[in-house]
Write a protein that binds this ligand. Structure first.
Ligand code: AMP
Length: 398
C-alpha cells in the first residue's frame, strides 16, 4: 500500500520539506517546499515531484519573524495539502533533521517523550540550530499527536570515528562529559556515500573527500563509504570558513574578545555565528555570488581565503586517508559555484586532481579531466530524501 512520508529540514533561516510516496521499492518525490529568508525576505516556494513550481508566496517579514512562525505557515500549507489530496494522501510519518545527537545517538530514532527530552538537553551544544529543529517536532506533536516522528541526526554518520579523530588535546574528563569532535552535515554525507555506489561504484569503496559547501561548510573523509574524519567538530563553528562563521580559530582570539572587548558569551556567540566567515572578512556579504560580482579588494580576499582554507584542509584529510580516489562537491556553493570548484581543484593539483572546464561549467556529475588520477565529481545532495529513507526503515513502512 502506498504511504506518504514527510521530511522536514528546519535550518537557521529556512525550512525545507519534501513529501515522498513510498510503495515497495518505489520512492517518489510528490512535493518539495522551501520557506527561505525567514527574518529578512520570507518567501515560500512549493514544487511538484518534477520540480515544476506549484505556488510562490512572498511573505511579510512581520508575519514570519522566526523559524517557529515559519513552521506554522508550512504546517498550515501541509495540512491543507493533505485535505485536498495535493500530496497523494495522508502523511504516515514525519522525519526531521536534528543537528546535534551528542555522544548517544548514533542512528535515527523514533521520537517519544524520553528522546525529546534528550534532544532538548543537547541544545547547549548547538544553541542556534537545535531549537529550530525542535520547533517542527513540537508543532507536529501538538497538531497530530498520532503521527510517528523520527529524528535524524547530523552527527550520527560521524559516530564511528576512531578515538584519535574524536579527541581534542584536552583532559580526558572533558571528553567523557561530551567535549568531542562530533562532526556535522552527516545526513548530506550519508546521502553522497549512498549515491556514490550508483554514480561511481568503483570509488564508492575507496578514499573520498566530500566538500559540503553551502551556508554551512565542511569537509568529510570517507573510507569505504564511512566517515572517518570531518572538519567540523564540537560545534558547527569549526573547520573551514562559511558564510558567516569563521571556521577554525585560535582559541586565544576568544580570550582576546573577552578581555580586550569585554564581550560576554552571548556576544561572542553572535559574533562567531553571524558576523564572521565570508561576510565578516569581506564586510559585504555571505553570498559567494555577490562577492564574485564585486570588484572590492576585501570581497576578492574573502573568496581567496575561502579557497585557500578549503585547499589546505583537503590536504589534511588526504593525509588522514593516505591519498584520495575522488573529491566530491555538493550543497549550494559546491553544486553551483563553478569558479570556486575550479580554484579548489587547481589548488589540489598536487594530489593529481584536474578539471574539465567544459564539464565544470555544464554542471556534469563527472568533472575530471583525463582518465588517470582521482575523480572529481559534483553530486547534488538531498538531505530530505535521506531523512525519508531513515524514517521508512525505522518505522518499517511499505
Ligand atoms: P545551501 O546552504 O546549500 O542552500 O547553500 C546556500 C549558498 O549557496 C548561498 O549562500 C550561496 O553563497 C551559494 N550559492 C548558490 N548559488 C550559487 C552560485 N551560482 N554560485 C556560487 N554560490 C552559490
Amino acid at each position: 500500500m502506498q504511504q506518504i512520508l514527510l521530511a522536514i529540514n528546519a535550518g537557521s533561516s529556512s525550512i525545507k520539506f519534501q513529501a515522498f510516496a513510498t510503495d515497495g521499492d518505489r520512492f517518489d518525490r510528490r512535493v518539495s517546499g522551501l520557506l527561505e529568508g525567514i527574518g529578512s525576505q520570507p518567501r515560500l516556494v512549493i514544487r511538484d515531484g518534477g520540480n515544476t513550481v506549484l505556488a510562490t508566496r512572498e511573505l511579510d517579514i512581520a508575519a514570519v519573524p522566526s523559524v517557529e512562525a515559519g513552521e506554522a505557515i508550512v504546517g498550515d500549507w501541509l495540512t491543507g495539502a493533505m485535505a485536498t489530496d495535493a500530496i497523494g494522501g495522508p502523511i504516515a510519518a514525519i522525519g526531521h533533521r536534528v543537528v546535534h545527537g551528542g555522544p548517544d545517538f548514533s542512528s535515527a530514532v523514533r521520537i517519544d517523550d524520553a528522546v525529546l527530552a534528550r534532544i532538548t538537553a543537547l541544545t547547549h551544544l548547538a544553541p542556534l540550530h537545535q531549537p529550530k529543529n525542535l520547533a517542527p517536532i513540537l508543532a507536529w506533536r501538538r497538531r497530530r499527536p498520532d503521527l510517528p516522528q523520527v529524528a535524524c541526526f547530523d552527527t550520527a554518520f560521524h559516530r564511528g570515528h576512531g578515538e584519535l579523530a574524536d579527541r581534542f588535546a584536552i583532559p580526558d574528563e572533558l571528553y567523557r562529559e561530551g567535549v568531542r569532535r562530533y562532526g556535522f552535515h552527516g545526513i548530506s554525507y550519508e546521502f553522497i556515500a549512498e549515491k556514490l555506489q550508483e554514480v561511481a561504484p568503483s570509488i564508492a569503496a575507496g578514499r573520498v573527500i566530500v566538500a559540503h559547501l553551502g551556508n554551512g561548510c565542511s569537509l568529510c573523509a570517507l573510507r569505504g563509504g564511512r566517515s572517518i574524519d570531518s572538519t567540523m567538530s564540537f560545534t558547527a563553528l569549526d573547520g573551514i570558513p562559511m558564510g558567516t562563521r569563521p571556521g577554525a580559530l585560535d582559541p586565544g582570539i576568544v580570550l582576546y574578545l573577552m578581555r580586550e572587548k569585554a564581550m560576554d558569551a552571548a556576544a561572542i556567540e553572535r559574533f562567531l555565528y553571524h558576523q564572521c566567515g565570508l561576510k565578516g572578512l569581506s564586510g559585504i556579504s555571505n553570498d559567494v555570488r555577490v562577492l564574485e560580482a564585486s570588484d572590492d579588494r576585501l570581497a576578492r580576499l574573502a573568496l581567496d581565503h575561502f579557497v585557500y582554507r578549503i585547499t589546505k584542509e583537503i590536504g589534511a584529510l588526504a593525509a588522514v586517508l593516505g591519498g584520495i580516489d575522488a573529491l566530491v562537491f555538493t550543497a549550494g556553493i559546491g553544486e553551483n559555484g563553478a569558479d570556486i570548484r575550479a580554484r579548489i581543484v587547481a589548488g589540489s593539483a598536487w594530489l593529481g586532481l584536474s578539471l574539465d572546464e567544459g564539464a565544470n561549467r555544464a554542471r556534469r556529475t563527472d568533472l575530471g579531466a583525463g582518465t588517470s588520477g582521482p575523480r572529481v565529481l559534483m553530486i547534488p545532495t538531498d538531505e530530505e530524501w535521506m531523512i525519508a529513507r531513515h524514517t521508512r526503515r525505522l518505522l518499517a513502512i511499505a
